[in-house]
Design a binder for this molecule. Structure first.
Ligand SMILES: O=C1O[C@H](COP(=O)(O)O)[C@@H](O)[C@H](O)[C@H]1O
Length: 223
């Protein structure tokens, strides 16, 4: 794991957005398309704001979330809503977006069609992961009902998942799809998350799912 410590959150957002854009642009120089997997939650919006204005060929970039809460796109807890407000605008408005919320009654009914939609965009070019204070990442929560299956090497690309720490049913990309990304970044802010990261580094991925991605990730942190 590489740990990058920034002087403040603004510097982190500017620098990380630049690193993500550079990796996408570099991939696009050698390939017809690239994919960007991003987190939802409360942390990434400043990074998204900067990234949305970067000058890359967004028409050739496919964006999708690492996980989605099973709520309508205009619900205040929708991760897609966050993306539409902070990332999929300005220059990045041209990106192809795969919405993980299909409107099906249950996320279980969406995993098959979504796996087909994602397949042409795998392996992920750049995966940005978030982390909760409970050491979950995407919707891979400690204690979640299908965590063992979602962490297995032969897990399907997406799974429906429920957890006590999650307010609503979720859909999540699974461990093999996320860990197969060419470039993995973890974004955390604040002292609590730094402590959680240190704790996670000493735990098994079933207790601290973020642990599964740390060995090959660059972690970006600011107070
Ligand atoms: O529920 C979620 O939580 C994590 C962490 O979110 P944060 O609010 O602590 O930044 C996020 O990465 C994930 O995408 C989201 O669905």
């Amino acid at each position: 794991m590489e740990f990058r410590d920034y002087p403040d959150r603004e510097m982190l957002a500017l620098s990380l957005a630049d690193q993500l854009a550079s990796q996408l642009a570099q991939h696009l120089r050698a390939h017809p398309s690239a994919s960007l997997c991003v987190p939802g939650g409360t942390t990434p919006s400043p990074v998204f704001e900067t990234l949305s204005g970067t000058d890359i060929d967004w028409d050739r970039v496919t964006v999708f979330l690492g996980d989605e809460r099973w709520v309508d796109g205009d619900h205040k807890r929708s991760n897609t809503r966050l993306l539409r407000r902070h990332l999929l605008k300005d220059r990045a408005a041209g990106a192809n977006y795969i919405d993980l919320y299909t409107g099906a009654d249950r996320p279980d009914d969406a995993t098959g069609p979504l796996a087909e939609a994602l397949a042409p965009h795998l392996p992920i070019t750049v995966a940005l992961l978030g982390m909760g204070n409970d050491m979950h990442t995407a919707s891979l929560f400690p204690g979640a009902d299908h965590l063992a299956a979602a962490m297995a090497p032969d897990a399907p690309p997406l799974m429906a998942i429920r957890a006590e720490g999650a307010e609503e049913p979720r859909i999540t990309l699974t461990r093999p799809i996320l860990s197969g990304a060419f470039n993995i970044h973890v974004l955390i802010m604040g002292p609590e998350k730094r402590e959680a990261l240190d704790r996670a580094a000493r735990l098994d991925p079933m207790e601290a799912p973020i642990r599964a991605f740390l060995d090959s990730a660059i972690v970006h942190w600011a107070e």
